[in-house]
Every structure is written in structure tokens, then in C-alpha cells.
Design a protein around this ligand. Structure first.
Ligand code: B12
Ligand code: SF4
Length: 527
């Protein structure tokens, strides 16, 4: 019987055609994410790398950015007549990606389906078992790995044992290749292929990959060492975007934008001196430990419109346990500095910290009311695979109750994956709504509240329907394509033990990667 690797071999040719897909949404809950005015950076990065290495026949189908339904997404993929199709997926996107891949496999069995992104990175084996419509999984940073996959394919070789992949061998058994080294020299990567997408209002630009912290709720997919692009290359990308596409906003999509304070000052100086800062709105996501009054002054001069920071909780004990390296004093200092310099702020809070109580939630809400950020964001704790929170939830530690491993529920704003033993999901959702209301009402921001309600009206309507239907599950409030569940039900979905294992495996990977990088750095300094 031919295996999926064999069947593909006969149809291969050197002029390989590749489609990269950001899958459609099941329903619009959060317009900012579900109907974005920006394309997915990962796909632009991968396309640019393949193109640089001699594969020009690439199409990006960004179904969210292009507002495509599942049918339209399939139509666009098929119209390009691809040999390989690569899908990107966060956890909450893995089922929609698998659904497109399954439909495509039925229509064109010879096409190689490749899945990449944080979900398959966190649980490679389980993802491939749960979703057999994917032929190859790419674990971690994708550029070099995808290129090798495409090269083997184009050379009419079965795609086997490539570092950073999980794949089906010639007997259709799942095997994992060796670990892929992270790309230390980020300047070796080309500028993302933004030209393969329609012009956008917003661009997410990455100036570095990685973050030194270890928050309980985050798997830190890019590793603990911040690998930085040079200021020159970042400026070249920014100039290209502003000159060619005239966007309204550029968001720095780094995990921790100002982790290298001196470099951040240099980048802000470059934005100010070049006059580029004045031509577009900017926002950055950073950390209260790595900002100060001088930096906020430069943010202002560089026309940075909003600085976003993960505050997470107003409870000192929870902050201590979290692994974020912050405390209430740092939060206070950062927000006071921003206010003094007149910089707008966005803040992320997560309700549902380990052993959270009503009292600690009220502390968080109290802090948010006092900070009164221009953009307040209250998420509910979500046990993403590969995180310590997922492990705790699966073991019932931290007062947690894992409600679901249905990935459609894994959304921080609205979803139904986790509750606490002493605070039901319904109650957490109540506090989340209360938090938004308190920030707007206590600060007399009635117009902002009205705008918030208007923006999120569809999500709010679905949320209310969920509450009144008495169902915990968000997906009951969603109209799915008729064959969605049937096509995806393989009977091999993950269970609690897999969530525990995912954290162990990912922590080990992170540690090994740190050790191997330290060796590499030591060896370099010996030369
Ligand atoms: C910027 C960012 C965003 C931006 C993305 C903007 C954009 N244009 O791309 C925005 C603001 C939209 C966003 C939204 C959300 N985000 Co976010 N985001 C990030 C962040 C900080 C960086 C992602 C990024 O762009 N990295 C740069 C690119 C180049 O790297 P990458 O995406 O990892 O892709 C590489 C590899 O993964 C791989 N790869 C990826 N796709 C593919 C596909 C193929 C075929 C191959 C071969 C390889 C491959 O190769 C790529 C290049 O090396 C990450 C943290 C992180 N370190 O990843 C969180 C992160 C991805 N986000 C996260 C979350 C939870 C969300 C939200 C769900 C939040 C929410 N509402 O609950 C939403 C989801 C939106 C949605 N679609 O539903 C989590 C995901 C956890 C999980 N397991 O799913 C992360 C890991 C943060 C965290 N603390 O846990 N996010
Ligand atoms: S600081 Fe941010 S990116 Fe770093 S580990 Fe914590 S949540 Fe993840």
C-alpha cells in the first residue's frame, strides 16, 4: 500500500508550488483578532525565506485578513494548484486549520499538508495523532525547516527525518526528526514578504524573537534568549512598509520589545531622527521592568501611540509566583512614568491566577481602575499546552478545574477551557465583565464604554446566548460548517495526562536549547 510519502513522490516536480494559509474563523467573537486589519507575520516570514532560497511560486491565503469563509479559503488554495500547503495555527486555530486540511486532502490527496506554529510546537505528537490530515508538523521556528522540507520534496525524495519535523515514515508511522537549532543570527532572515499580501492598515513587525522570562501561563515559544535583528534591518523594513503601504499603524510584535534597554533607545533615536516615527502610529508590547521615564519620553518623541504592558494581576503574591519578574512597585513606577510623559498605555490582566479568590480578583480590578489604561484588556486564564498552568490544571493544582481540551475553547477573552474549584467559569466571566465596566464607569469614561460595547457587540451577544443557554461551552453558541465535527473526530483527542506531559516535554526542550546555545556561545568566544 503506498504511504503518504510515496504517493506524493510520483507527482513531484522542481517548480514547486506552495500555499501558506492562516485558516478562517468559525465565528467572529473579537473583531480585532477575527477580522484583523493586518496579515499574519509568520506567513510573510516563511514566504520571504522560501523565495530568497529559490522558490518563487508562493501564495499566501490569509483567510482572516481576507475575510474568507472555509469554502472561499479552499477555492483560493486550489486555484493556485499547490504541491504543498502550509498552515499556521495558535491553539485556538488548530481545528479550523485541520478542517481546511481535511477538506483539501479529500479533494486532492497528493497535496502535502504541513502544520506549523505554537500549537504543534507545544504538543507535536498529540497534534499529529489528533489531526492525521497533516502529513508533516514543523516544531518551532519554521524558516530553515520548511525550506528543507520543500527541497526534499522538490528533489523527489520522501520527506523524512528533517530536523524540527514530525512526519509519517514510509510505513505511515509517526516519527520525530532531531531538534532544530534556533536561528541566532536573525539578520540572516529576509524582510517578510509583505508584498504577497494586500496592503494593510496595520503591520506587525518583529524586532527580536525570545523572552528571558518564564511566566506560568506562557510557553515562551521563541525561547529564553532574545535574538535581536540589527537596528539597520528593522529600520529598512519599517521604511519599506511606510513608503510602500502607508499604513495607519505599526505594532511591534515582540514578546518583550525593550528587553535590551540600550538597543531600545538606539531604535527610538533612529525613529525620531529619520522622521519615520512621525509618519505612522506605533505601539509596542513590553514589560514594566524594562521601561523608565527616559524611555517613555522617547516613546512620545518617536510618536509611539500606546505602550502595552502585561500587568496580569494586582495581587503581590500571585505576581511573585508567576515568574514574570515584576512586582507592584515596578508596575506603579512604570505607569506613573508613562502618565508623567503623557504616553497612552494598554494593560493586560488575567483573571483566574493559581489559587485566585474573589479578594485577589478585586485587587486586580482595583489596580486596573486606578491605572485607568486607555486600552484595558482582561483575559481569562487559558491552559495552553506546554505551559505550567496547563500542567497544574490537568493535575487539579492551583485550585484549577480543567473543563475542556476542545481547542476551539482556548481563547483568553471568551472561551470555556478552565475554571477554579472555588470560582465557576460563569463567575469568572462575570468578574471579567465587571472589570471592564468598573474601569470605564469609575473613571467616567462613558464614551469609551459605548465604543467598547459597539466594537464587541457580536461577541457580547454570543456570550449572553451562551450564558442563557446554560451551556459552559462556547462552541454551542457557534454555527459551524455541518461536517466540521464529523471530519475532525478521530477519537484521539488529548486528555489530562497529555497536558501534563506537554509541559514536561516543552520545559525539557527549553532547557536543552539553553544549554546548547550556551555551548555554542562559549565555543564562539573560544575562537
Ligand atoms: C504578535 C502576537 C500576536 C499578534 C499576531 C499578529 C500577526 N500579524 O501575526 C496578535 C495580536 C494578532 C495575536 C493574537 C493572539 N494571540 Co498572540 N502572540 C503574538 C506573539 C507575541 C508573537 C507572534 C509572532 O508573530 N511571532 C513572530 C513569528 C515570525 O513567529 P511565529 O508566529 O511563532 O511563527 C514561527 C513558527 O511558529 C513557525 N510557524 C508558524 N506558522 C507556521 C506555518 C508553517 C507551515 C510552518 C512550516 C512554520 C510555521 O515558523 C514561524 C517563523 O519562524 C506570540 C508570542 C510568541 N513568542 O510567539 C503570541 C502568542 C502566539 N499569542 C498567543 C495568544 C494566546 C493569542 C490570542 C489567542 C490571544 C487571545 N485573544 O486570547 C490571539 C489569537 C488571535 C487569533 N487569531 O485568534 C499565545 C498562543 C498560545 C497558544 N498555544 O495558542 C502566544 C504564544 C503568547 C503567549 N503568551 O502564550 N498575537
Ligand atoms: S514576559 Fe511575556 S513573553 Fe515572556 S514569558 Fe512572560 S508572558 Fe511570555
Amino acid at each position: 500500500m503506498p504511504t503518504r510519502n510515496d504517493s506524493a513522490v510520483s507527482e513531484r516536480h522542481s517548480d514547486t508550488r506552495i500555499v501558506l494559509v492562516n485558516p478562517p474563523v468559525l465565528a467572529v467573537f473579537e473583531p480585532w483578532y477575527d477580522t484583523p486589519d493586518f496579515g499574519r507575520t509568520a506567513l510573510a516570514c516563511l514566504a520571504a525565506y522560501l523565495r530568497l532560497h529559490g522558490y518563487p511560486n508562493i501564495k499566501i491565503v490569509d483567510a482572516k485578513f481576507d475575510r474568507l469563509s472555509f469554502e472561499e479559503c479552499l477555492r483560493d488554495i486550489l486555484a493556485f494548484e499547490p504541491d504543498l500547503v502550509g498552515y499556521t495555527a495558535f491553539t485556538n486555530e488548530i481545528k479550523p486549520a485541520a478542517y481546511v486540511a481535511a477538506r483539501l486532502k479529500r479533494l486532492k490527496p497528493g497535496i502535502l499538508n504541513i502544520i506549523g506554529g505554537v500549537h504543534v510546537t507545544a504538543i507535536p505528537l498529540k497534534t499529529m495523532q489528533e489531526f492525521p490530515m497533516f502529513d508533516i508538523g514543523v516544531i518551532g521556528e519554521g524558516e530553515a525547516t520548511l525550506l528543507e522540507v520543500v527541497e526534499q520534496y522538490a528533489a523527489k525524495q520522501p520527506v523524512l527525518n528533517i530536523p524540527g519535523t514530525i512526519y509519517h515514515d514510509l510505513d505511515d508511522q509517526l516519527q520525530q526528526g532531531p531538534a532544530r537549532e534556533r536561528i541566532m543570527d536573525q539578520d540572516s532572515l529576509p524582510i517578510p514578504a509583505w508584498d504577497l499580501m494586500k496592503p494593510a492598515n496595520t503591520y506587525f513587525v518583529q524586532t527580536l524573537r525570545g523572552c528571558p522570562f518564564n511566566c506560568l501561563f506562557c510557553m515562551n515559544p521563541s525561547g529564553r534568549i532574545a535574538r535581536k535583528r540589527s537596528i539597520g534591518l528593522v529600520m529598512e523594513e519599517l521604511r519599506g512598509i511606510v513608503d510602500n503601504y502607508h499604513p495607519e499603524r505599526i505594532s511591534f510584535g515582540d514578546e518583550l520589545f525593550s528587553v535590551d534597554v540600550a538597543r531600545t533607545h538606539a531604535l527610538l533615536d533612529a525613529l525620531i531622527e529619520s522622521g519615520l516615527g512621525a509618519r505612522v502610529k506605533w505601539d509596542v508590547q513590553t514589560h514594566v521592568r524594562y521601561v523608565d521615564a527616559g524611555m517613555f519620553r522617547k516613546f512620545k518623541l518617536a510618536n509611539v501611540d500606546r505602550v502595552e504592558m502585561g500587568i496580569e494581576t494586582g495581587d503581590e503574591q500571585s505576581l511573585k509566583k508567576m515568574g514574570k519578574g515584576t512586582n507592584l512597585q515596578m508596575i506603579e513606577d512604570a505607569y506613573q512614568a508613562a502618565r508623567r510623559e503623557g504616553v497612552k498605555i494598554g494593560t493586560f490582566f488575567i483573571l483566574g491566577q493559581p489559587d485566585e479568590t474573589t479578594a485577589t480578583i478585586m485587587k486586580t480590578i482595583g489596580l486596573a481602575v486606578r491605572i485607568n489604561p486607555e486600552l484595558p484588556m482582561f483575559g481569562l486564564m487559558t491552559p495552553y499546552p506546554g505551559t505550567a498552568i496547563a500542567e497544574m490544571a490537568a493535575k487539579g493544582e492551583g485550585g484549577y478545574k480543567l473543563l475542556s481540551t476542545d481547542w476551539d475553547e482556548y481563547n483568553k477573552q471568551i472561551g470555556g477551557a478552565l475554571a477554579l474549584q472555588n470560582i465557576s467559569r460563569r463567575k469568572l466571566e462575570f468578574y471579567q465583565s465587571l472589570a471592564y465596566l468598573m474601569v470605564y464607569l469609575r473613571n467616567r469614561r462613558f464614551r469609551d464604554l459605548f465604543r467598547f460595547l459597539l466594537t464587541y457587540r457580536v461577541g457580547i451577544y454570543k456570550f449572553v446566548r451562551k450564558v442563557f443557554s446554560g451551556k459552559q461551552n462556547l462552541m454551542h453558541a457557534v454555527k459551524k460548517p455541518g461536517d466540521y465535527d464529523r471530519l475532525l473526530s478521530t477519537g484521539t483527542s488529548v486528555d489530562q495526562a497529555d497536558m501534563i506531559e506537554s509541559y514536561r516535554a516543552w520545559s525539557k526542550y527549553q532547557k536543552d536549547s539553553m544549554v546548547s546555545l550556551r555551548h555554542a556561545t562559549a565555543a564562539e568566544s573560544d575562537i
